[in-house]
Write a protein that binds this ligand. Sequence first.
Ligand SMILES: *Cc1c(COP(=O)(O)O)cnc(C)c1O
Length: 380
Amino acid sequence: MNDGAHRAHKPAFPAGPPTWPLLDDDVRAAMLACYASGDWGRYEGAHSAAFVQALAEKFQTEQAILCASGTIAVELALRGLKVGAGDEVILAGYDFPGNFRAIEAVGARPVLIDVVKNGWTIDLQQLAAAKAATTKAVIASHLHGHLAPMRALLEQAHSLGLKVLEDACQVPGALIGGRPAGSWGDVGVLSFGGSKLLTAGRGGAILTSQADVAQRIRSFTFRGNEAYPLSELQAAVLLPQLDKLAARTHTRAVAAARLIEELRDVSKLQAGPANDPADLSAFYKVAWRYQTAEGGVQPDCSNPSRDRLICALQAEGIAIDAGFRGFNKRSANRCRVVGELSQAQAAAEATLVLHHPILLQNQEQTALLAATIRKVVTQA
Ligand SMILES: *Cc1c(COP(=O)(O)O)cnc(C)c1O
C-alpha cells in the first residue's frame, strides 16, 4: 500500500481552532446561581446593576448603559450625541458594516474618509477637509488590534465642532495613554456578541461621562420597559469575565506580538503600523494585509487569491477569514466620499484576520501557528 502520495494531508491543528466561549467555572457558577435564585427568568435584578457599576469602574466613565448589541449601541450613541435627520457623520471607508447602517438608521448621512497607510483605523489627516456645515460627529473604531489615536482625534474633532463616537467593540481591555479604550470618546461603545472578547452571546454597552448624552439615550430606550435590553443572565455571566479581562488582555497581547514578530519577514504578509509602545492593545482579531503580485481583484473587492489562501489556512485548522468588505462600492446616493479611499479599498481587498481564541493557548501553539501560516503563505 502506498502510504505517502495519496494519504490525505494532515492539518497542523487536526482538532480545528480552539472553541469560544471558554469553558469557565466562574461563568458556570454564575449561571447556576441565576438558576437557583430564579434571576434567569426575571426582568430585573441585582446582576445588571452590579455589571453597570463594574463597567463604569473598569472603564472609568460616569455612566454605563446596557443594551442588546454593539450594533444598536452605535445607533443609540449617535442618538445620545443628538445626531439626526439632515446631519452627517464621518466614518472610515473600512469599518464594521453596521456602523454605516447605524448612521442611516438615525436619518443621517455617512461621510467616508480613508484609513491610515497600511492600516485599518481612520486617517486624521482627512478630518478637516471632510467637515461640512451639517457634519455633527465622527466614528472612530479600534480595529484588528490597532488603536485609533484618541488624544489627537479628540483635539482635532472638538476644534472642528465634531463629537466623537469611539467604537471599542473589538478592544475591551485596551489602554490608550493609560486610559481604557472606550472611555476617550464623547461616547464609547462595547459589544458582548458571541465571538467577542467579553461575551454573553449578544449584548452591548454605551459608555459616557456626559450626563446629557446618557439622559437622551435613556429617554429613547426606556418606554415603561427597556426596548433594547441586556438580560439578568447575560449580566451575570459577563461579571466574572470582566474580572479576568486585564489578565486575558495581557496574555493575548503577548501572543499577538510574538506572532506578528515571527511573521514579520514573510513578504506577502504586511502587519499594520505599530501602536504607541506605551499603549496596551486588545486583540479580537490579529490582522495582516496579504500582498500578492498578481492582480485579479474583482470589482466587488473580492479577491480570489486571498480566498484561496484562506481556504488553505482553514484546512490547517486555523480560524482565519477575510476582513470587512469596506464601503468603497457604496452608492454615491447613500454617502459623501472625501478623497480616493485608496487605503480603505486596499484594506478591503487584502485584509486577513485571525480570530482571537488561539491567543490564549500556550507558546507552542503560537509557534506552530506562526510556522503553519508561514508555510502556507510561502507556498501560495
Ligand atoms: C462586533 C462589532 C460591532 C457590533 O457588535 P454586535 O454586538 O455584534 O452587534 C460593532 N463594531 C465593531 C467594530 C465590531 O467589531
